[in-house]
Design a protein. Structure first.
Length: 433
């Protein structure tokens, strides 16, 4: 009985820490706000070298996914999380103090691939909540971590310019400091299933064959999230070009800064709204998110063709850009929640890894496609393509929604419905060890 009480105390402590841990370790704080500026101004990298840096690190993530997943399955979730945070620290040190391109490249590869390990914090959170019979709170807790992340990054975005002006390395020193805090917090996280994993090792290393439902979830997330992620970057650049056509450099920088601030506020609001409406909309949110994405890119496209009223032009484009940030975190929270609800305990590490891999593969493919398009076409055609991708995402999400609601083949409300599948998964998770 005493051991049970101690276990519950550890779980409660871990669950109270995890939202803050995820919130400050989901990226390299301070670095993400000045990454391109730091690399070009301080390290002297060219645009080509910067692009190559991103391409190689993305390909490394894809190639290393399977061997790193095998490592995760052998060492367990907690050690994987700790290894991920240590890799973030190493990468920040290498990119800060590296004096040649090769070292910076290695640091960037370690940075990108560290999330293969660190993302196991999502699995730990689900395990602990399930043990307490509070698994329905998973999306709410994960959304809280995204809210923390968005608030912190908003504050950083407002102050990092001044910090960088004082000393170009100062934001990176702060980044290293945050990484040290993350490592400390990782040792405070507890996984209720960690001690039981060795008895399941053979089962975990078996070939996992995901159901059609899980495959659709992974594909849906990969397309939807990658479209929004790449859309954020290209939309910001597109708005910048539009501003430059009407204003000088100083006013362009000022107005673009204001637009970025409104988008950061929109991201915070998006997390707050999601926490409020997810319980009511449930799987309908799966349809709502790509619709908002369509509206966002439509606003940017429409705004581009308005030249008679400059204020209206940029208000509409800003609304579109803000909507992109509004739904970015919600897409990942919903997909992760849905995935873990529909996978067995021994499948979760692989499922979460594949979810992140799908995002990387689609992002890489779309980036390559857009690079080829931009050789001959203007950036507006990239935005139009992104609008088309949101339509594709809506179609896939509609199919997924029908599967979840019982209107699609064997996934109906009868014996093979996902709702019965979820109950069976929950039952197995409680007994399989």
């Amino acid at each position: 009985m005493e051991n049970e009480k101690l276990k519950r105390r550890k779980i409660m402590l871990s669950n109270s820490i995890i939202p803050y841990f995820i919130g400050i370790s989901d990226d390299l704080m301070f670095f993400i706000a000045i990454d391109s500026l730091f690399f070009t101004v301080e390290k002297g990298l060219s645009t080509t070298e910067l692009s190559f840096l991103t391409t190689i690190s993305s390909l490394s993530y894809i190639l290393l996914q399977i061997p790193f997943l095998n490592i995760i399955q052998k060492i367990g979730n907690i050690k994987a999380i700790r290894l991920g945070t240590i890799m973030l620290l190493i990468s920040s040190i290498l990119m800060t103090f590296g004096n040649n391109y090769a070292i910076i490249m290695i640091g960037n590869i370690i940075y990108r691939t560290s999330f293969l390990f660190k993302k196991m914090d999502n699995v730990v959170l689900e395990n602990n909540l399930r043990y307490l019979n509070k698994q329905e709170n998973y999306a709410k807790v994960l959304s809280k971590s995204k809210l923390i992340y968005s608030i912190i990054t908003t504050i950083i975005a407002l102050i990092v310019g001044g910090i960088f002006a004082i000393n170009h390395h100062l934001p990176m020193y702060l980044c290293i400091g945050v990484c040290v805090i993350n490592i400390f917090l990782s040792f405070c996280i507890y996984d209720v299933n960690e001690n039981k994993q060795t008895t399941c090792q053979n089962k975990k290393l078996e070939k996992t064959r995901f159901s059609k439902l899980i495959q659709i979830i992974i594909i849906s997330f990969g397309i939807c999230y990658a479209t929004i992620s790449i859309g954020q970057t290209n939309s910001k650049l597109f708005i910048q070009y539009n501003l430059q056509e009407h204003f000088n450099v100083e006013l362009t920088a000022t107005y673009l800064g204001l637009i970025i601030v409104t988008s950061r506020i929109s991201r915070i609001l998006g997390n707050l709204i999601f926490r409020k409406i997810y319980g009511k909309l449930k799987d309908k949110i799966n349809i709502v998110l790509p619709i908002i994405g369509m509206i966002a890119f439509a606003c940017i496209i429409i705004g581009n063709y308005i030249d008679s009223a400059i204020l209206i032009k940029f208000v509409i484009m800003t609304i579109g850009f803000d909507l992109i940030l509004l739904i970015r975190d919600s897409i990942e929270v919903y997909a992760t929640d849905l995935l873990l609800k529909n996978t067995k305990a021994h499948e979760q590490q692989k499922a979460v890894s594949y979810l992140q891999l799908s995002k990387r593969i689609v992002e890489t493919a779309i980036s390559l496609l857009f690079s080829l398009l931009l050789i001959k076409l203007e950036l507006i055609y990239v935005i139009i393509c992104l609008f088309v991708f949101t339509i594709v995402s809506f179609g896939i999400n509609s199919k997924l929604y029908k599967m979840l609601c019982g209107d699609f083949g064997d996934f109906g409300t009868g014996t093979n419905s996902p709702f019965k599948l979820i109950k069976e998964v929950e039952k197995e998770k409680g007994n399989e060890y």
